[in-house]
Design a binder for this molecule. Structure first.
Ligand SMILES: [Zn+2]
Length: 210
């Protein structure tokens, strides 16, 4: 039983390849990916490649024998969810579909671009989300550095004095409230990112395991 992804047919053997790469990701903790190319509407795979923990490069064109046109790609997430990252979305805006396998919940999901929405508008909206993700990542780094500093200070001589203790505790409290704010920013960001995703893409979960 093959799966319909918008105007394309995803045959079972490609689903099996997706599952196999998801399994491989769990073992190696490296992203795996391949191209999805259309052979008269039936999806074929090509250009299998491996990446690292947070990235995989998949060829821009299908380099299979038949030179069938690329309509999307599949890649795995060793750490993240089955949602598209803002980078994934940027790529997907100019393609027909993007499939993601997540080790977190052991699912494969395909995002099919809604045909009635325009690619430029999708790219524009996604760029805004993409920029926001950069700011959030930057902020997470700052907070991590700050936490490391607090840990080092905690082990420094002088921790026994009341004055030092008070100062240290205040720093911890300040950091905690900043982290709390950061976490709620992340939650809001994910919500907005998924709203953009829902606006331009139809999500299809591949549930039937062969
Ligand atoms: Zn991704």
């Amino acid at each position: 039983m093959s799966i319909k992804l918008g105007p394309f047919i995803l045959p079972d053997h490609i689903v099996n390849k997706m599952r196999y790469q998801l399994h491989r990701t769990r073992v190696t903790m490296e992203e795996q990916g391949f191209n999805l190319c259309s052979d008269n509407g039936t999806l074929v795979d090509s250009d299998q490649s491996s990446g690292d923990l947070s990235n995989v490069y998949v060829n821009r064109k299908c380099s299979n024998e038949k030179q069938t046109p690329k309509v999307g790609d599949y890649h795995t997430h060793p750490m993240g969810t089955h949602d598209m990252s803002s980078e994934d979305m940027l790529g997907a805006c100019t393609q027909h579909l993007k499939c993601i396998g997540s080790t977190k919940d052991d699912t494969i999901r395909c995002f099919v671009r809604k045909s009635d929405k325009r690619a430029e508008q999708c790219t524009q909206d996604t760029k805004r989300i993409f920029d926001e993700s950069g700011i959030i990542e930057q902020n997470a780094k700052i907070l991590n550095r700050e936490l490391e500093k607090i840990k080092i200070e905690f082990n420094a001589p002088g921790i026994d004095t009341i004055k030092y203790n008070n100062k240290h505790n205040k720093k911890v409290r300040d950091h905690q409230s900043k982290a709390k704010l950061h976490n709620s920013n992340v939650d809001n960001f994910i919500k907005r990112r998924n709203e953009v995703s829902n606006k331009y893409f139809t999500e299809i979960a591949i549930k039937h395991w062969l």
